[in-house]
Design a protein around this ligand. Structure first.
Ligand SMILES: Cc1cc2nc3c(=O)[nH]c(=O)nc-3n(C[C@H](O)[C@H](O)[C@H](O)COP(=O)(O)OP(=O)(O)OC[C@H]3O[C@@H](n4cnc5c(N)ncnc54)[C@H](O)[C@@H]3O)c2cc1C
Length: 357
C-alpha cells in the first residue's frame, strides 16, 4: 500500500488547481472518477460552462490564459431574465465566457505537474481515520485498492464523500440540477435565466453552445423531473424550442443559506470548492470559489507553518464573506415581489433594439 503526504479526492476546478499549486516536496495522489484524455467517455460534470468575471479574475491572478479550443460558439453579452410569475422579461449585461466545461476540466488537469500521481477513472468509496492520518479505499480499473495519507482533501464537489464521511451532520440545502441538451433551433442563440416559483424556489437557465441548446434548472429533489418537464411546457408557450433531447444529465447542487453552512474541515481533513459549500446561492456560480479556495489551501500547505486547518479557515474568510453577501442578495432575486420591483424599475437593464421597434 502506498503512502502519501496529501490525497486529493476530485479533480474539478478546485482539485486540479490545488494539485497544480502544491509544492513538489509533497508526495501527492489525486483521484477522480473522470477518465482524463478520453473526451467522449466517462463522467462529465453537468455545468453551464460559463466563466464569470470572478472566475476570470481568479485565473488572471495566476497569469493564466484560456486555450481557444475550450471555448464554444457563441459568446454572449446579455442574459434574458424571465420572471414567469410576474410575466416580465428584462435583459442584463453579463461578462461570461462561454466554454465547454468538460474540455475546461481536461485542460486544468493537463497542466498539473507530473510529480502528482493522478488516478483517473478512480472512484473513492470510503475513507477511514487512522493513527497517522487516513486510509482511502478506491475502485480503479475494476479493482479495489487502498492508499494511506497524512492529509485528505475533499475536492469532490456537491456530493462529497469526504464531507459526508467526516461531517455527516453538516448538511447544506441542496437541489437536483437537471440539464437537457437539444439541437439548437432558435433563430437567435441566447442565454436566459428563468424564475418560476411554481416549480422551484431556485432558478433555471438556458445556454446555446456550438449549435446545441442546453436547458437546465435546480429543482427541489422531491419531484424534480416532473417540475422540470412542467417548466419546459410553460417555456414552450413563450417561444422556447426543445424537441427531442440529445442527452439528459443530473447532479446535486448545493445552495448555502447561512454562514454556518460553509465547512473547511479540521484535524487533517480539508474541504475546498463546492465540497466546502463554496458556491453562490444567488447564481450557482462556483468555479471562482473553487479556484480561490484551492489557491488558499495550497498557500497554507506549502508554508507548513502553524495549525494548518486554522490557517486555511482564516484564509478563506474572503470567500465566506463574498458568499454571505450573495445570501443577502437572494431575496431581491428570488422573492417574487422584490424581484418584480427590481425588474419593473429597469435598473441596470439593457434595452434590446429590434428593427420592428
Ligand atoms: C447544472 C449546473 C450548472 C452550473 N453552471 C455553472 C456555471 O456556468 N458557472 C460556474 O461558475 N459554476 C456553475 N455551476 C457550479 C460549478 O459547476 C461548481 O460549483 C464547480 O464545478 C465546483 O468545482 P469543484 O472542483 O469544487 O467540484 P466539481 O467541479 O464538482 O468537481 C468534483 C470532482 O470530483 C470528482 N469526484 C466526485 N466524487 C468522487 C469520488 N467519490 N471519487 C473520485 N472522484 C470523485 C468528480 O469527478 C469531479 O471531477 C453549475 C453547477 C451545476 C450543477
Amino acid at each position: 500500500m502506498s503512502h502519501y503526504d496529501i490525497a486529493i479526492i476530485g479533480l474539478g476546478p478546485a482539485g486540479s488547481t490545488l494539485a497544480r499549486l502544491l509544492s513538489p516536496k509533497f508526495r501527492v495522489a489525486a483521484l477522480d472518477k473522470k477518465i482524463f484524455g478520453a473526451e467522449s467517455s466517462g463522467f462529465r460534470k453537468p455545468c453551464g460552462g460559463l466563466i464569470s468575471g470572478d472566475a476570470q479574475k481568479a485565473l488572471a491572478s495566476f497569469d493564466m490564459t484560456l486555450p481557444k479550443d475550450v471555448l464554444v460558439d457563441p459568446q454572449i453579452f446579455a442574459v434574458k431574465t424571465i420572471d414567469l410569475k410576474n410575466k416580465l422579461i428584462r435583459h442584463y449585461q453579463r461578462f461570461y465566457i462561454n466554454l465547454d466545461r468538460h474540455k475546461f476540466d481536461l485542460w486544468l488537469e493537463s497542466i498539473i505537474p507530473p510529480a502528482v500521481e493522478i488516478h483517473a477513472g478512480a472512484v473513492c468509496v470510503s475513507i477511514q481515520k487512522t493513527s497517522g492520518g487516513f486510509r482511502v479505499t478506491y475502485i480503479e480499473n475494476g479493482e479495489r485498492r487502498t492508499l494511506t495519507t497524512k492529509y485528505i482533501i475533499g475536492a469532490d464537489g456537491a456530493n462529497s464523500i469526504v464531507r459526508r464521511t467526516f461531517y455527516p451532520q453538516k448538511k447544506i440545502r441542496n437541489y437536483l440540477s437537471i440539464q437537457q441538451w437539444f439541437p439548437e433551433t432558435h433563430p437567435n442563440p441566447f442565454y436566459s435565466c428563468i424564475f418560476d416559483p411554481e416549480n422551484t424556489d431556485c432558478c433555471s437557465w438556458s445556454i446555446s453552445k456550438d449549435q446545441q441548446f442546453i436547458f437546465g434548472g435546480a429543482f427541489p429533489v422531491q419531484g424534480a423531473r416532473a417540475r422540470f418537464e412542467r417548466q419546459k411546457k410553460k417555456l414552450e408557450r413563450i417561444g422556447f424550442r426543445f424537441g427531442k433531447p440529445l442527452k439528459t444529465e443530473a447532479c446535486l447542487v448545493l445552495r448555502p443559506s447561512s454562514f454556518r453552512d460553509f465547512c473547511c474541515g479540521e484535524s487533517g481533513v480539508f474541504l475546498i470548492g463546492e465540497a466546502a459549500g463554496f458556491i453562490s446561492p444567488s447564481s450557482l456560480e462556483g468555479i471562482s470559489s473553487a479556484i480561490y479556495s484551492a489557491r488558499d489551501l495550497a498557500t497554507v500547505l506549502n508554508s507548513g507553518r502553524g495549525s494548518l486547518n486554522r490557517r486555511y479557515f482564516a484564509k478563506t474568510r474572503h470567500i465566506r464573506v463574498k458568499l454571505f453577501l450573495k445570501i443577502l442578495k437572494c431575496p431581491f432575486m428570488y422573492q417574487p415581489f422584490l424581484r418584480k420591483l427590481v425588474m419593473k424599475s429597469g435598473i441596470c437593464a439593457i434595452k434590446i433594439n429590434s428593427l420592428e421597434n
